[in-house]
Design a protein around this ligand. Structure first.
Ligand SMILES: [Zn+2]
Length: 359
């Protein structure tokens, strides 16, 4: 009987595929030679002829053999078992549920049973920020919600676990980007400097607070860009400052001509979730793309695909947070806040630079 089977997959694995055995999910992937598609063992699609099947230990090995990922079971999005990542996610959840202040590193490390320095390191690697920064961003987010709901400052502070208001006034300006009172007025009184310049991809607007870049946009005309800046920062005072911003502006224009992008200081207001998405975007290598569901998996929330798409669509700093490197898994380049044609051009540019660099 077994001589009829030309392929060497074991009976155990073949049964796992036939039975859509979830114990094998993430451990094996099967490619079907007649279709050129590879799947998870749990894929709901009709099961293939055994002789057409090859088995691989990972998506990359299936893809190296020329198989494309199945559009029903998205095998490329599997996250391999990773105990360190699970502990980091548990630490995130713990920080989020803690209403009275931000837990210390020692407390977190006891909670997830990982040494403090190891936890600090893997947390930073996976989430992109330290546990303290994560807790602070999370608390800032809550504080904003309370202030937006019209709560007075003292009780909003109390709600989110600040011991006394004086502590917030010490810490908040760097988190909110302004004092709580100024935030309650939503930018009124804040000075934002900006400049515009022509670039290979149209006009580029670069805007900054005293602390760093707060807005980078691409557009057809200067008037259109100024309009959008005004909408976003309706209560701030906007001042054109071509000379002061020239250095940052040139770095971005140079980037569009093939130069590497240096680290530039940023001052964006974000929720903890947006921060995690944007950090994941910054880790997509130049010349490559990811899907929205890839990013959702990377930040450990595989079902949050729509929220990831929304975080991409609300990215305030074009190029620096490369939201253009996220494309739909169904094909095409997808949407782009600053124009689909521009996204297409940007991806092509980056592919050329990456190729030139690797040659
Ligand atoms: Zn499939």
């Amino acid at each position: 009987m077994s001589s009829l089977v030309s392929n060497s997959i074991s009976e155990e694995i073949w049964q796992a595929i036939l039975n859509r055995d979830s114990k094998f999910d993430g451990k094996i992937f099967y490619g079907v030679h007649s279709t050129g598609i590879y799947c998870r063992p749990t894929c709901p699609s009709r099961k293939p002829n055994r002789r057409q099947v090859s088995v691989f230990p990972s998506p990359s090995e299936a893809e190296a053999q020329g198989f494309r990922p199945c559009k029903r079971c998205h095998p490329q999005n599997i996250i391999a078992p990773n105990p360190a990542r699970d502990k980091v996610l548990a630490a995130c959840r713990y920080i989020e549920t803690k209403s009275e202040g931000i837990p210390t590193l020692a407390e977190l490390s006891a909670q997830v049973e990982m040494s403090p320095c190891h936890l600090q390191r893997v947390f930073k690697k996976i989430v992109g920020v330290t546990p303290l920064q994560y807790g602070t961003a999370r608390r800032t987010e809550l504080l904003k919600q309370h202030l937006h709901q019209g709560e007075d400052i003292a009780s909003a502070l109390y709600e989110v676990g600040y011991g006394s208001s004086s502590r917030l006034y010490e810490k908040a300006p760097e988190q909110l980007g302004m004092t709580p009172a100024a935030y309650k007025r939503r930018g009124r009184g804040e000075e934002i400097r900006y400049t515009t310049v022509n670039s290979p991809l149209g006009y580029l607007l670069v805007a900054a607070t005293a602390r760093g870049l707060c807005n980078v946009q691409l557009g057809e005309t200067v008037a259109e860009l100024e309009d959008r800046l005004l909408q976003e920062f309706c209560h701030a005072s906007l001042r054109r400052a071509d000379d002061e911003l020239q250095e940052w502006c040139s770095a971005l224009v140079d980037y569009l001509s093939g130069m590497p992008l240096p680290q530039l200081p940023c001052d964006v207001k974000a929720t903890a979730f947006q921060l995690r998405v944007w950090q994941a975007l910054r880790e997509i290598p130049i010349g490559t793309t990811r899907s929205y569901s890839n990013i959702a998996c990377l930040i450990g929330q595989p079902t949050a695909v729509r929220a990831v798409a929304r975080a991409c669509a609300t990215n305030p700093i074009a190029l620096i947070v490369p939201c253009h490197r996220v494309v739909p898994s169904s094909g095409g380049v997808g949407g782009y806040r600053w124009g689909v044609a521009r996204k297409q051009a940007l991806l092509e540019l980056e592919k050329q630079y990456a190729n030139a660099r690797d040659e």
